[in-house]
Design a binder for this molecule. Structure first.
Ligand SMILES: [Zn+2]
Length: 149
């Protein structure tokens, strides 16, 4: 089966129904298609609803696990750092993509600000402030361990 085509087809459906932008992703386990989705940012008013994020969420729900280490992702475009992150959190090892980050940027979907922040090249895009230690926050670790004895 052409998993990239499934992602591309889902993208067209998503764009035509104004669900999201020109991105799609398929998640496959063995030869089973677990999810074939489009970006859903517009429908969900959700900046995190990139196709790969939507696909990981759907696959985790469907399979009842957060461990997708036996799954492979096919994305119509090179995943942004957020999507790379969620795929790493889910244990995914193999990702195939077609269009590149440069192609995306050419069409108005640049992720270069994220990449520059993560590489340390530009730390002005967000203020990350470490506040003084607080008892209520510190206590959460203990509470977690109490609950998980
Ligand atoms: Zn993304």
């Amino acid at each position: 089966m052409d998993y990239m085509k499934l992602a591309a087809d889902a993208t067209i459906v998503g764009m035509e129904s104004k669900v999201g932008g020109p991105f799609g992703a398929t998640i496959v386990r063995g030869d089973e298609v677990v999810a074939a989705v489009s970006n859903t940012m517009l429908r969900d008013t959700d900046p995190s609803a990139h196709a790969e994020m939507v696909a990981v969420r759907e696959a985790c729900k469907k399979l009842g696990t957060m461990d997708l280490s036996d799954c492979v992702v096919y994305a119509t475009c090179e995943p942004c750092p957020m999507c790379v992150s969620v795929m790493i959190w889910a244990g995914i090892k193999d990702v195939y993509y077609c269009s590149t980050r440069d192609d995306a940027a050419e069409h108005g979907f640049s992720d270069v600000h994220l990449r520059k922040y993560l590489s340390g090249e530009d730390d002005l895009v967000i203020n990350m402030v470490k506040v003084e230690d607080r008892e209520d926050c510190d206590h959460l670790w203990e509470h977690f361990h109490e609950l998980n004895k």
